[in-house]
Design a protein around this ligand. Structure first.
Ligand SMILES: [Zn+2]
Ligand SMILES: [Zn+2]
Length: 460
């Protein structure tokens, strides 16, 4: 057993110290909807965003994490004995969140690809894959801290030693000379990494916390089984936080990894296989052909005459593992929402969403099939601005906007959206533009919104 006693402070921080006896920290805004991170920089600690770069959600006071300090190396000391108190603390654990940000791709935009997971014409999940993302793991403090709004830990800004007490505390357990004492500083420690990541998002408000925790454990086990990888190689976490589970964030422990995630995001049937493996691990009988959650046969304890202990909510053969201990109380292999989600995945196909490429639009000219193709071709022929994304899910997939212009926060519909969808988009500050099916009126609409579509060289 090792105990971390001291963070090694980096040189620039130490320089800063001598002047003010304080470590230089940064602030962050972490989206409370999708978990996307917006971090300040050492030279400019305050992030400037007002809405989430990834999903457009406005920030709330809960988005804020202040006084972040990046830990690069730590010093440990060997502990022969762990006291009951230490053990209790480990059990309670830390309040750790993971936040991420797509790095810029070759075109300057965020490096990511999206795919819909569909059965029939129903979208049951959205996949977002990035082959290059920053990951930050932020330790907000003890899970059971008294004041939930008070984040972080106290550290001696000169020595990097973690201190237990409040600033200016009289206690001096290590017998340090009083004159070496500096007022301790509260910081929120974080570590940074680069990974390829996959985010799985079911439609909003369709799964309770228990169902998400169960699906999280199930997909992790299903992937391990399907791709024959070790449990420690794959990490699956809840986004934006374990307390509010809306998406699952998957990444491989080793940089580069086994390439599992990109295959899940691009192969039409691999995710379905993972879901089948997961259901089978959860002691359900999975036969060939489509899976139906209503007729899945529970085989727990039926492994005939083996004396196997029947599994109720979960066991170490199915969903429970050393890694998901904090979730054991809410993992339930019989959770109806989780089982029906996995059954739907088992029947589903992954369909990569069309990437917007202005060059490929020209190729469609002679063979226009859909209104969207025609609309994109019109933009192109008029020399107008292409959207950042097409077929964008709105309100958790209730509808799809045909196009999104990120910078001007505009959504384009080629058939009128429902009142709910319209209100949802408008309440989030989007300009909604509906184009009628008659293409002859489009140039007028383009001309009415030059800030969104730009100006056609033909009209200027
Ligand atoms: Zn967001
Ligand atoms: Zn079990």
């Amino acid at each position: 057993m090792f105990q971390v006693t001291r963070a090694k402070l980096n040189v620039t921080a130490a320089d800063h110290i001598s002047a003010e006896a304080k470590l230089a920290t940064i602030n962050a805004l972490v989206c409370t909807r999708c978990g996307y991170g917006h971090l300040g920089k050492p030279e400019d600690p305050e992030p400037k965003d007002h809405v989430c770069d990834h999903c457009g959600e406005p920030f709330t006071p809960e988005s804020r994490v202040n006084e972040l300090y990046r830990i690069e190396t730590v010093e440990t000391k060997v502990r022969e004995r762990i006291s009951v108190n230490d053990e209790e603390r480990q059990r309670q654990g830390y309040d750790i969140i993971t936040t991420y940000r797509f790095l810029p791709g070759p075109g300057g935009g965020p490096e990511k690809e999206e795919a819909d997971v569909t059965t029939g014409n129903r979208v049951i999940a959205r996949l977002t894959y990035s082959q290059s993302a920053s990951l930050w793991r932020i330790n907000r403090g003890w899970t059971r801290r008294k004041d939930k709004n008070q984040l972080g830990f106290h550290i001696n800004p000169l020595t990097g030693q973690w201190s237990k007490e409040e600033p200016d505390g009289e206690e001096d357990e290590n017998g340090e000379a009083k004159e070496n004492k500096v007022a301790s500083q509260r910081i929120v420690p974080f570590v940074e990494d680069r990974r390829n990541i996959l985010i799985v998002t079911p439609p909003e408000n369709t799964m309770e916390k228990e169902a998400m925790a169960t699906a999280q454990a199930a997909l992790k086990r299903g992937i391990e089984q399907t791709f024959q990888i070790e449990s420690a190689e794959l990490i699956v976490e809840a986004l934006p936080s374990p307390g509010d589970r809306r998406s699952l964030l998957l990444y491989e422990a080793a940089e580069g990894g086994a390439g599992v995630l990109s295959r899940l995001a691009s192969d039409p049937s691999q995710l379905a296989q993972v879901a089948r493996a997961a259901l089978s691990l959860m002691h359900y009988e999975v036969t060939d052909g489509p899976v139906s959650s209503s007729v899945l046969k529970d085989m727990a304890g039926a492994e005939a005459g083996s004396g196997a202990i029947p599994c109720e909510a979960g066991c170490y053969q199915c969903l429970l593992s050393y890694f998901n201990q904090p979730d054991h109380a809410i993992i339930n292999r019989r959770n109806a929402e989780a089982v029906s989600f996995l059954a739907a995945l088992a029947n589903a196909t992954v369909q990569p969403l069309q990437r917007v490429k202005s060059s490929s639009v020209q190729d469609c000219d002679n063979n226009v099939t859909t209104p969207l193709d025609q609309w994109l071709a019109t933009l192109s022929s008029q020399g107008l601005r292409q959207p950042d994304k097409v077929k964008v899910p709105v309100n958790g997939g209730e509808a799809h906007a045909d196009a999104l212009y990120q910078a001007s926060r505009a959504l384009v519909f080629l058939s009128p959206p429902t009142e709910t969808v319209f209100a949802y988009a408008r309440d989030r500050g989007f300009t909604v533009i509906t184009f009628p099916s008659d293409a002859s009126s489009w140039p007028d609409l383009f001309a009415q919104h030059p800030s969104i579509f730009g100006t056609s060289p033909a009209n200027s």
